[in-house]
Design a binder for this molecule. Structure first.
Ligand SMILES: Cc1cc2nc3c(=O)[nH]c(=O)nc-3n(C[C@H](O)[C@H](O)[C@H](O)COP(=O)(O)O)c2cc1C
Length: 358
């Protein structure tokens, strides 16, 4: 059974939900480890005060018993503590009583760079909030929770995944400068996966390619506008003799320009992928917009927002990559029971001439 993730949840709705299907039975989950990742996502330089209002914690509604997966759909929930301020405005059912709290007034001035305008047109919405609530990156909280579960599965076969901001020594300064001018900033993140054996993904079809899958996983995160695998864009300007990783005795490589993937298949080297994040589009000094109701020019919606979320993106990207690698590993090694999964991995490693080098 394939490992799959589906999420639901609006930014200020009651809760965020993730359902993970296809997990092996018998995997021990550590609640503290999941919550630690949720906390990492909320931290980072440049994030908004909302992160102090909400301390995310995971709850499990199904698929787990006494800390062990049952091999049935795992239902993860992260409550939106801020929902109490939006109880009327984001009530799932027609709200009772007089309008109160946030979200009473319709949003009619779409923000450039957000889902607001395209979403309102696509779905025929009079209140832009009906688009922005789901398009918001708030729901990456449950993506991170699902990623923590995927990391636990990967740990059983000695794969580790870690994300961090990339080449951003001046990140704090850029964020400070942006904040001082009531502007926003973007940046780069990098995710590395160690211990990935050769043979995850395939060149057989486009949908099997591990590079395509990781790129889609990263592009699936809000505000990611570019992805590279290994030396990616820089490779385009090199000669072939400089761009590839020679195979030396023991079938290892002394360089890793390919970022651990050749022809859509992991090659046994460390997997290295990067994502570029655009500057966040909600601006305290709003950009020009046009009112959906009146057609009159105006200024885009201003709502509490981060100055930058690069460190948070690193955590979300780590989760997204971990989930996709876990999916690929589950395809390769099967395993309704965790022991079957690990046993198939061991047998495979005995068959191939591969030793972890980094
Ligand atoms: C972790 C994270 C936090 C974000 N926080 C904000 C934010 O506070 N304000 C904002 O305008 N955009 C934020 N974004 C980006 C928007 O959600 C995103 O730009 C928007 O939904 C439009 O989608 P697109 O940029 O993928 O085209 C965040 C993105 C991520 C990954």
């Amino acid at each position: 059974m394939a490992l799959e993730l589906v999420t639901a949840g609006e930014s200020h709705g009651p809760a965020l939900v993730a359902i993970v299907t296809g997990l092996s039975a018998g995997l021990v989950l550590d609640r503290d480890a999941v919550n630690a990742d949720l906390r990492r996502r909320q931290q980072g330089y440049g994030r908004s005060p909302r992160q102090q209002i909400e301390t995310d914690e995971v709850d499990v509604l199904a698929g787990l018993r006494h800390g062990r997966t049952l091999g049935t759909p795992l239902a993860l929930v992260v409550a939106n503590k801020d929902h109490r301020n939006w109880a009327w405005g984001m009530s799932p059912w027609p709200p009772e009583g007089e309008p109160a709290g946030k979200g009473k007034e319709p949003v009619t001035l779409p923000r450039p760079g957000h889902a607001d305008l395209a979403g309102a047109m696509k779905y025929g919405l009079a209140d832009v909030r009906d688009a922005l609530e789901r398009a918001s990156a708030r729901h990456t909280a449950v993506v991170v929770a699902a990623g923590a579960v995927a990391k636990a599965l990967l740990a059983a076969i000695e794969i580790e995944v870690a994300g961090a901001p990339h080449d951003e020594e001046d990140l704090q300064r850029r964020i400070d400068d942006a904040r001082a001018e009531r502007d926003t900033a973007g940046g780069f993140v990098e995710v590395r996966a160690r211990g990935v054996p050769p043979g995850l993904g395939s060149y057989a079809t486009r949908d099997d390619r591990l590079d395509a899958r990781l790129a889609a996983a990263l592009m699936g995160i809000q505000a990611v506008k570019g992805v590279e695998v290994g030396d990616g864009f820089a490779l385009a300007q090199l000669r072939g003799s400089q761009a590839h990783d020679e195979i030396v005795e023991g079938f290892v490589r002394e360089t890793n320009r390919a970022g651990g993937i050749e022809a859509g298949v992991s090659n046994g080297e460390e997997i290295v992928v990067r994502a570029a994040m655009k500057p966040l589009p909600t601006l305290m000094k709003p950009l020009a917009s046009v009112d959906l109701q009146t057609g009159e020019p105006g200024e885009a919606l201003v709502e509490r927002s981060d100055v930058a979320a690069v460190e948070a993106l690193a955590v979300v990207a780590e989760a997204a990559v971990a989930f996709e690698l876990a999916r690929a590993a589950r395809e390769k090694f099967g395993g309704d029971a965790l022991g079957d999964f690990v046993g198939a991995w061991r047998a495979y490693l005995e068959r191939i001439p591969w030793r972890r080098t980094r």
